[in-house]
Design a protein around this ligand. Structure first.
Ligand code: MEV
Length: 328
């Protein structure tokens, strides 16, 4: 078992939020997903509680109403999976986890992954583990089991590395790389304010797949063609085509039954108000919509219109993703 080497962490330990551009749910079954890490992040600092065993959490993240309470049990499980994975015993001296940062936790934005990424980084400092980035990512993947049941690993990979990433699971192994692109992506992200359980929704999709295997295989094939074209559109800077493909991915999510009335309303509103394309993003059945704008001015206009005239959207954020040079 590991011993703490410091009483409290001194460095800032973060995990990025994320927006899935293509491939939620399909990625669980080996398809490629495209995901953008965003600038907003969760931060974690730790204090050793000498002589007081166990793990406590002071959660100061600026979450949407209801999120922290609804996720508390899954969070407790996720944290305990990370402690166990890193071989850290808290039965004599405990640990108090302080969570904060700029990311507003809401269903779909990768709050759970950014939580366990920032925690893994902080534990690495406190227990002198010297975790590499790959090891942080793996530790967070283990923790995501608490939030997701059977995570694909796409969220923790985006939360660890940031930037625009292509991700898939191949034979249980994570395969990912940075996507090179020329033009920035201007995204408007709208939250329904509805918190969904990823474990539950992923479980229901699995059941559907088992009941109707031919139907599911056909959907997966359609999706694979869609994401192949989407990657090319991003790489070539063809934003109009990218928007059309986001629309197509949303239709596939509807067929998979993971969209809902609120998501469809916001998607349609964004399209009618100038978005090049719009789709649900993340788990679905609540959570987020992501809309693509041609430029920063258009993203301002779409966000303003949503705020003023689309009551199904309870929160609206604008994110831009800029080309990065380094490879993962
Ligand atoms: C959740 O952000 C994305 C899902 O595809 C689940 C996963 O990939 O682990 C729904």
């Amino acid at each position: 078992m590991r011993r703490a080497v410091v009483e409290r962490t001194e460095q800032e330990h973060i995990g990025f939020g994320k927006v899935i551009l293509f491939g939620e749910h399909f990625v669980v079954y080996g398809a490629e997903a495209l995901v953008a890490g965003i600038q907003e992040y969760t931060s974690c600092r730790l204090e050793l509680t000498r002589g007081r065993p166990g793990v406590s959490v002071v959660d100061e993240r600026p979450a949407v109403p209801g999120y922290i309470v609804e996720k508390a049990e899954e969070q407790r499980l996720a944290h305990s999976l990370v402690f166990r994975h890193l071989n850290i015993d808290t039965t004599v001296d405990g640990v108090c986890i302080h969570l904060g940062g700029s990311l507003v936790p809401s269903s779909g934005i990768g709050a759970s992954a950014s939580d366990v990424v920032s925690l893994s980084r902080a534990l690495s400092e406190m227990y002198g583990l010297g975790l590499s980035e790959q090891e942080v990512n793996h530790s967070a993947f283990v923790g995501e089991g608490g939030y997701h049941g059977t995570p694909s690993g796409v969220d923790n990979t985006a939360a660890t590395f940031g930037g625009l990433i292509s991700y898939r699971r191949d034979d249980g192994k994570a395969v990912f790389s940075r996507v090179s692109f020329l033009r920035p992506l201007f995204l408007v992200v709208c939250s329904t304010g509805i918190t969904a359980s990823t474990t539950k929704v992923v479980g229901e999709v699995r059941k559907l797949k088992e009941e109707k295997p031919a139907w599911f295989t056909a959907l997966l094939e359609h999706y694979s063609a869609c994401v192949g074209e989407a990657k090319a559109a991003i790489e070539n800077g063809n934003m109009v085509r990218l928007g059309e493909l986001m629309n197509r991915n949303h239709t596939l999510c509807q067929e998979l039954t993971v969209s809902c009335a609120e998501l469809d309303t916001i998607v349609n509103f964004c399209r009618e108000n100038g978005a090049l394309g719009a789709k649900m993003s993340g788990t679905g059945r609540g959570g987020l919509v992501v809309a693509l704008a041609a430029d920063a001015a258009q993203s301002d206009r779409i966000a303003d219109a949503v705020r003023q005239r689309c009551p199904a959207a309870k929160f609206v954020w604008k994110y831009s993703v800029f080309p990065k040079e380094s490879a993962v």
